[in-house]
Design a protein around this ligand. Structure first.
Ligand code: SF4
Length: 72
């Protein structure tokens, strides 16, 4: 019997803090993944992006003016 293995790739999010300018766009677009920290810069507090948030995380990354958001 053949077994079919499906690999489910989980999206990961990361913010390059050296590049972030603290514009606030990413948490306003995808607050389930991004938030502003005490330095006024964004962090991905949810590094494993929930499947139902992937489209918003991509939108946040595309909206980032400095391309500080890395999705993998
Ligand atoms: S959109 Fe980009 S520059 Fe703006 S807060 Fe998020 S990571 Fe920082």
């Amino acid at each position: 019997m053949n077994r079919i293995l499906l690999e489910v790739k989980e999206m990961m999010a990361h913010v390059e803090k050296d590049v972030c300018i603290g514009c606030g766009a990413c948490p306003s677009i995808c607050p389930e993944v991004f938030e502003m920290d005490e330095d006024g810069l964004a962090i991905a507090f949810q590094e494993h992006v929930p499947e139902n948030q992937e489209a918003l995380a991509e939108e946040a990354a595309e909206s980032c003016p400095t391309e500080a958001i890395i999705l993998s």
